[in-house]
Design a protein. Structure first.
Length: 169
């Protein structure tokens, strides 16, 4: 008998930003599956998409399942430079297997550059496809870190996501 209660999850991720290879270890800047022009890019084992990682962890967290680092270890060569949509699709499959669907997501992206607002519609549209939801179920907010600390100095990107899952009998 599936759980009949809504479930809530929180996901968090941070990636260091460095000059793009070969000058640094940064990979092309991609967020929510959308490529963006930026002289810096995320350092990570996969493609470093902090938004997709945080959404994946919010869904897994709501389900009480192992987190993204446990399921897709950063020491496993299989996930090296892997598109992060793969991880989110894995979380969605686990959600469906548990008879849940996404009620809504609220995402907060914190970085100095690039500006997130112009990319919001493309990010939301990409997420609707992976998650099988309407655009009114996904909210994306962009904030800066007011110039302080590593995020404020443009050396990192940080993302928080809250996900509400609803029973889908
Ligand atoms: Mg990550």
């Amino acid at each position: 008998m599936p759980d009949q209660n809504p479930r809530i999850g929180h996901g968090y991720d941070l990636h260091r930003l460095e000059p793009l290879a070969p000058e640094g270890a940064g990979q092309p800047f991609i967020l929510g599956g959308i490529a963006m022009e930026h002289p810096l890019g995320p350092v990570g084992h996969s493609d470093g998409d902090a938004l997709l990682h945080a959404i994946t962890d919010a869904i897994l967290g709501a389900l009480g399942e192992p987190d993204i680092g446990q399921l897709y270890s950063d020491s496993d060569p299989e996930w090296h430079q892997k598109a992060s949509t793969h991880f989110l699709e894995g979380a969605v499959r686990r959600m469906m297997a548990r008879s849940y669907k996404v009620g809504n997501l609220d995402c907060t992206i914190i970085c100095e550059r690039p500006k997130i607002i112009p990319h919001k519609p493309a990010i939301v549209e990409a997420l609707t496809k992976v998650l099988g939801v309407g655009s009114d179920q996904i909210n994306v907010k962009g904030k800066t870190h007011e110039g302080v600390d590593a995020v404020g100095e443009g050396r990192a990107i940080e993302v928080h996501v809250v996900a509400l899952l609803l029973p889908d009998p």
